[in-house]
Structures are given as C-alpha cells and as structure tokens.
Design a protein around this ligand. Structure first.
Ligand code: FIX
Ligand code: ZN
Length: 421
C-alpha cells in the first residue's frame, strides 16, 4: 500500500464513531442539553482563559447575563486576541462548519443562525458533521434538575445513558438525605440495611436509565481500599450492581476539585494519583470491568502498564486538560506501542452540542499520522497492511472496543463517505 497516511485519513473520515463520554443530553431531557453560540462561548474552558486575558473579575462576570458573558468572551478571546488555544480555535471551527463568519466584531448574525435551528434536525446535522453515530450522556440521579425529568423522558437512538455516582460516592454526607426522601431507608452511617437500600436505589435507576455503564470521577487522593463510605459503597453496592447488570464502572481519576471556587466549573485542577488503588480494584474484583481515564499526564504510562496486567481495565480518552494535540499524540503513540489497538483513544467530553464537531475533527487530524506511522513501522519490519485491516482497526478503536467492553451488540456501522465538514 502506497500512501498510508491518505488511506488512514480517508478511513478515519469515513468511519462513524461512538462518543463514549459527554455531558450532552437527549432532547427529551429538555433544557439540560446546552447548544448554540452563547453556550459555546461560556464553556468553562473559555471562562478560565477569559480570566487570564482580561481584567474582568469572576464577581463581575457572574453578575452578567449569559449573552453579556458570551459577548465579553468573544471580544476578549476572539477579537482583541487571536483565538489560537485549543478551546478558542474549536469555536472558530464550529462557525466555519456552518459557513458562519469567524471574525466578526459582534455575534448578531451568528446568534440569528442558531436561534433559527430546530433541535432535532440540528442534532442530526451536528452528529453528521462530527462523524459520530451515538453519544453517551452523563446522568446524575441526584441532580435535582435532572432526576424528575427521567419520569417521562423518551429514549433517543443516538443517546445512551450513564449512571453517574459522584454525589453518592464522593459526597455521601451531603446527599444521603435525597435517597431517604425518595423512600430509601438509609442513614448517614451506613448499616448493612443501608447498603442494601443503596443497591436498591441503583437497581431502580438502572431500570429507568438502562445505563451502558456506571461512572464516577475521583480525586487525585483516591485510595482503595480505605476506611470510607466510598470504599464501602464501591465494594458492597456499586461493583456488585455493575457485575449483576453486566456493565462496567468508569473511574475517572485525578481531579483536584475546586482549587479556585471563584471560577466555578473552571475551578477544578489536576493531581497525580496513586494508581495502586486501581491495581487493587482490578485484582480484587476480577469479575468487574473498569473503564479508566486518568487526568494527570504523569499517570498515563502506569495506566498502560496496568492495562497489560489486567484485561478488565479499558483505558479510554485523553481527558479534559489532556485533550490537546501535543498530549493526545504522546498518549496515543504510547498506548499503541504498549497495548496495540486494545484501548478507546478518545471521548469528546462535550458539554455543548456543537463541540463534538471540532473535538472529533481534531481527534481525526491528530490520530491520522499516529496510526499511519504505526502501519509504516509494521511494513518496514516486513509486515503488510490493507485498507480493510485499517478499517477494522478504526472500527475497533472507535466502536468495537467500547461496545464489547460494555456488553453491547457489536456492529460495524456503515462506512459513510461524506463531504468534508
Ligand atoms: O468529571 C467529568 O466528567 C469532567 O469531564 C467534567 O467534570 C469537567 O468539568 C469537564 O467538562 C471536562 O472536560
Ligand atoms: Zn466529563
């Protein structure tokens, strides 16, 4: 095969990916789903960058309306300065994808476009432009804005649910009362009966949501085992529930929560975690499967080594502060070298619908030379590669590994030759 890069680029472009971790919501979950230019601009990644490049204080910013906040971010990061950061460039890419002006002083024409969109058809257009067939949501049964909506929320073929457990596992003392008010006999101090009631809560929500996995983000200080409600709930309720439901637990490890609370969602940071906690989980619960993403760059190599030791670990994504081409390159190359194609390269973590367009464009752009180079090395060492084998690998990386690990029906989604975004 002559031009491997061209072939790989073409196959990446043609494949339909599954976006296995987002903060997007299906239309029947109402206004939880964020989309449009004002949401794109007030994304917490851009808020963090605003406070570095303007004299606006967080207090002043939070006292503004959403539109005023978006205008301030547009002016500071896109007009007064060139939008070269990953997150700002992303907004430009979205505007370009819809043929909208990318350098106008004000947003009136852009707002007019988004205000004219109908959500159902807009979702379809956005997923098509992003080259993804399905997204996996993040659903919190203790979120007072979300939980009631699940009573009558119609399913959507492109949106899968996930049972997110941060409040239960990381903030039990603050949230156990919500379970009690919902009729579960729990107390702050967990008795065996209390643990059974938490299990009943998880089973009830699993029936309602039909989650493809359960998930929790964990601090950089996460330890397992440890004397804590979190460890007890993991061992006695969450992992048994996942096992019985036949779904994985996703552990996203390494957050230093709210190091700067003044900037809200943008106030979280990263810390190097002690991954022996993961080693203990993988070894002590061999019948459980763990989707794993670690936030610290310094933890990536260890994760690859642990994945070589435990096949119930599935490394996924270049999460959050790692989702930058220079680091995605490094992580993806290392993963291919150490565990072949047995990982999930990326997820978008999109919080606003249209973000999937640039996050998946960037992933295809960054991964094409990495994959092509792997095949070039194989050919140089005497092996052979075909378009079909490359297509198989891409299907595996961006669909099959996730579907198989979650016990979902594996499908070879139709390869669609589509026009460039
Ligand atoms: O815990 C998570 O799922 C994180 O992805 C988010 O909390 C984070 O705020 C984010 O948006 C990262 O991209
Ligand atoms: Zn996330």
């Amino acid at each position: 095969m002559t031009n491997l890069l061209e072939t790989v680029t073409g196959e990446l472009q043609a494949a339909q990916f599954i976006d296995m971790h987002t903060h997007l919501f299906r239309p029947s979950l109402g206004t939880l789903g964020l989309w449009g230019i004002d949401e794109l601009l007030t994304y917490h990644y851009l808020e963090a960058e605003l406070f570095r490049s303007s004299d606006i204080t967080p207090e002043q910013y939070w006292s503004m309306s959403k539109k005023e906040q978006a205008d301030a971010i547009w002016k500071t990061l896109f007009v007064d300065h060139l939008p070269v950061s990953e997150a700002t460039r992303g907004v430009v890419a979205v505007l370009q994808a819809f043929g909208l002006p990318t350098q106008s002083k004000n947003l009136s024409e852009v707002r007019k476009f988004f205000n004219a969109q109908k959500i159902e058809s807009h979702i379809e257009k956005v997923l098509q432009l992003a080259g993804i067939s399905e997204v996996v949501m993040t659903n919190d049964p203790l979120d007072p804005a979300e939980a009631p909506l699940w009573k009558k929320s119609a399913p959507h073929k492109a949106f899968h649910a996930v049972l997110r457990l941060d409040r239960i596992l990381n903030k039990w003392t603050e949230h156990w009362k919500v379970l009690e008010q919902a009729g579960y006999k729990v107390e702050q101090y967990l008795s065996p009966k209390g643990v059974r009631e938490v299990r009943r809560f998880l089973d009830d929500w699993a029936k309602r949501m039909k989650p493809v996995y359960m998930a929790v983000s964990l601090p950089d200080t996460f330890q397992y085992p440890e004397e804590s409600t979190r460890a007890q709930l993991l061992r006695e309720a969450v992992l048994p529930a996942c096992r019985d439901l036949g779904i994985p637990l996703s552990t996203m490890i390494g957050v230093r929560y709210q190091v700067n609370p003044a900037i809200k969602l943008a106030g979280d940071a990263v810390g190097k975690a002690d991954l022996r906690a993961l080693e203990n989980l993988a070894r002590n619960f061999p019948d459980n499967r763990f989707l794993v993403s670690v936030l610290s760059r310094e933890n990536q190599h260890e994760l690859c080594v642990y994945a070589r030791k435990f096949n119930n670990l599935m490394p996924f994504g270049c999460w959050w502060f790692l989702n930058n081409p220079s680091i995605v390159e490094e992580m993806s190359r290392e993963r291919i070298e150490m565990i072949g194609m047995s990982f999930i390269p990326q997820h978008s973590d999109a919080r606003i619908l249209e973000q999937v367009i640039y996050k998946w464009r960037n992933t295809r752009r960054t991964l094409a030379p990495i994959l092509a180079n792997s095949y070039e090395l194989l050919v140089a060492d005497g092996g052979s590669v075909s378009r079909e084998r490359i297509r198989e690998d891409i299907q595996r990386l961006f669909r099959g590994n996730f579907q198989k690990f979650c016990g979902l029906q594996a499908d070879n989604a139709p390869v669609t030759l589509k026009t460039k975004a």
